[in-house]
Design a protein around this ligand. Structure first.
Ligand code: PRP
Length: 216
């Protein structure tokens, strides 16, 4: 019998749309469509086992081999640099990592810039490259509040539609990097299940390319 491929999917809308692509590629798992609160689903027919994982934890499951492959945002890969292979840009979950501040904000070069963010490493690398002195304030959510309440001068955060910034009188100052969902693989699994993982990755790549063509 063929070995199962263990796949960590990010819980939520992104994961559900990614699963549809996997299903189209021939890796369906009917039990997953049944809903409910179960977190693990497998299909002996297609030799896949899916886990619903908190999006920011997918890379940990894959790095440690609890999952062979998974779908993680480029933001998480840049922030935590997990030791995994990045196989494919899935072209979904598109957004950008950006610096934002209150409308009308101007940098004062003489002062240390106070930066609130969940993405400490991304922010530090970005400002290091500019040789700018910063004070990082690590927050876990609702980052947009920080400049409004005077906790920070700027934020480094994910901007998707821009609505959260707009509704809080903030705007983007600089884009750091575009973000999208990536297919990642555990390094050992990639070696020992090379044929199965490559086959899956190629099928997903073909569907991704087809979708990009259709939405052009
Ligand atoms: C993310 C991000 C922004 C928001 C941007 O937050 O931190 O707050 O989405 O989206 P928009 O540009 O479409 O408005 P998330 O919902 O992940 O929650 P968080 O506050 O816990 O970071």
């Amino acid at each position: 019998m063929k070995p199962m491929i263990n796949i960590a999917l990010p819980k939520g809308r992104l994961g559900e749309s990614v699963y549809e692509t996997f299903e189209k590629a021939g890796y369906g798992c009917p039990a997953l469509r049944e809903g409910g609160r179960r977190l693990i689903f497998e299909s002996e027919e297609t030799c896949v086992r899916y886990f619903w994982v908190k999006p920011s934890d997918v890379a940990i499951y894959v790095e440690r081999g609890a999952a062979d492959i998974g779908v993680a945002g480029k933001d998480i890969l840049l922030e935590y640099t997990p030791d995994v292979y990045e196989l494919l840009d899935l072209g979904v979950g598109k957004c950008r990592m950006a610096v934002a501040a209150k409308n009308g904000f101007r940098y004062d070069g003489a002062k240390t810039l106070r930066v609130a963010t969940k993405f400490v490493n991304i922010a530090r690398t970005f400002y290091n490259e500019q040789s700018r002195d910063i004070d990082i304030i690590k927050l876990n959510g609702s980052i947009e509040l920080a400049p409004i309440l005077g906790l920070s001068d700027v934020i480094v955060d994910i901007v998707e539609t821009g609505t959260t910034l707009k509704e809080n009188d903030l705007s983007v100052i600089e884009t750091i990097v575009p973000i999208s969902a990536r297919l990642i693989a555990n390094k050992v699994s990639y070696k020992f299940q090379y044929d199965a993982i490559t086959k899956l990755s190629e099928k997903i790549a073909a569907l991704t390319a087809q979708r990009a063509q259709e939405t052009k």
